[in-house]
Design a binder for this molecule. Structure first.
Ligand SMILES: *Cc1c(COP(=O)(O)O)cnc(C)c1O
Length: 390
């Protein structure tokens, strides 16, 4: 193993067959054979290592997990069929009826639905804290609080939470710290370094990076992952071997892709900051970002997402989107193709007006997932649509 992200992401290969293939093969098999009844018994009993059944593990998912664990600095993990299966699995496997989750208010829309609508059915409750008011968080911890769940940067508010603070807070209150690291990817930020016990991902985003497959990851300390593995083994959110293969191959290019996503996004953010048609431009590596100092401390670059708060509310944002010629209108992010979304009317439309305001989603906010096209072409498309939508 190398000291370097790029080399490990390319050279780790846990899925070699005996055919001397150079590129990793795909193991499209539901189960694996045993040489004897005794080998079957010992494998089931965990006395020897070996594949049993693809709902438990498969060489392709093992390969993906190994690469991501090295990148994130985590001990072990599990790959799931989608990011939400990972968010659900991380909470459901580690908490019990009567437990309480403390979460930062700004969360991915479906994670918010999980905490407010799904888990209460099983007696797991949650409270949101405001990240602008950390002094108050001690008061939010209840006697039954077991988990601190955060996202940084957040979607789509791009709020940055101090991971060092979160690690210390979780340890002081004996909480499991879960960090959804989807927006940064392990190339830019490793929450485990700051004390996260569990790191989750929607691999659908930057890890795939080309809008092809869904996938999720739950990574962390061995003792916790053991409980997660028990849960996923028996509830069945396993990733398909094909998707795991795609995502493992994608890891080979994550570093170079992230470099370009970040440099393009910084160019877009700098170009439009101060534009008369925009209330504010938000990007973690702009000096004007309210938590710019934290972004510099814990991220190596600013990521690929820029938000523009357009003058003129919903109607203006929609006109702007309708006037884009190149940038795609779709709900994904982290793709090689630049993407625009209007959170207030789409991804976050299930939130009440008040909830949207609390997480900084104004009516005119558009989220740009800056892709890998030439930066000048992205800027030109956005500028033209701004003019035409006046
Ligand atoms: C997309 C996303 C998810 C959900 O992942 P899926 O792969 O779509 O299930 C979770 N968290 C964040 C921050 C996301 O952007």
């Amino acid at each position: 193993m190398s000291q370097h992200f790029e080399t490990n992401s390319i050279r780790i290969n846990k899925s070699k067959s005996n055919q001397k293939e150079h590129s990793a093969p795909i193991y499209l098999t539901s189960s694996f054979t045993f040489d004897s009844a005794e080998e079957a018994r010992a494998t089931f009993a965990d006395e020897i290592e070996g594949n049993i059944y693809s709902r438990y593990a498969n060489p392709n998912s093992t390969d993906l997990i190994e690469k991501i664990c090295v990148a994130e600095g985590t001990e072990d993990g599990i790959a799931t069929a989608s990011g939400m299966a990972a968010m659900f699995g991380s909470i459901a496997s580690l908490l019990e009826q009567g437990d309480h989750v403390l979460a930062a208010r700004s969360l991915f829309g479906s994670t918010h639905q999980l905490l407010t609508r799904v888990f209460p059915k099983w007696g797991i409750t949650s409270t949101y804290g405001d990240i602008s008011d950390f002094e108050n968080w001690d008061n939010l911890v209840q006697s039954n609080t077991k988990m601190l769940f955060i996202e940084t940067p957040s979607n789509p508010g791009l709020e940055i939470i101090d991971l060092e603070w979160a690690g210390k807070f979780a340890s002081a209150h004996n909480l499991i710290l879960v960090v959804d690291n989807c927006f940064a990817s392990p190339y830019l930020q490793q929450p485990a370094k700051w004390g996260a016990h569990i790191v989750t991902h929607s691999a659908t985003k930057y890890i795939d990076g080309q809008g092809r497959v869904l996938g999720g990851l739950i990574l962390g300390k061995k003792d916790l992952i053991k409980d997660v593995q028990f849960f996923t083994r028996h509830t069945g959110p396993a990733i398909s071997p094909f998707n795991a293969w795609i995502l493992s191959k994608s890891m080979e290019t994550l570093g170079v892709r992230m470099d370009r996503h970040c440099s393009n996004a910084l160019k877009v953010a700098e170009y439009f900051e101060g534009n008369q048609q925009i209330n504010s431009v938000k990007y973690p590596f702009l000096k004007s970002h309210p938590q710019h100092h934290l972004a510099l401390k814990q991220m190596s670059q600013g990521g690929g997402i820029v938000t523009l708060d357009l003058l003129g509310g919903v109607a203006r944002a929609q006109r702007f989107i309708d006037n884009l010629q190149m940038v795609s209108v779709t709900a994904n992010l982290g793709d090689s193709r630049s993407i625009v979304t209007h959170p207030a009317s789409t991804t976050h439309s299930k939130l009440s007006e008040e909830e949207r305001q609390q997480v900084g989603i104004s009516d005119g906010l558009v989220r740009l997932s800056v892709g890998l096209e030439h930066a000048d072409d992205i800027i030109q498309d956005v500028e033209r649509a701004l003019e035409l939508s006046k």
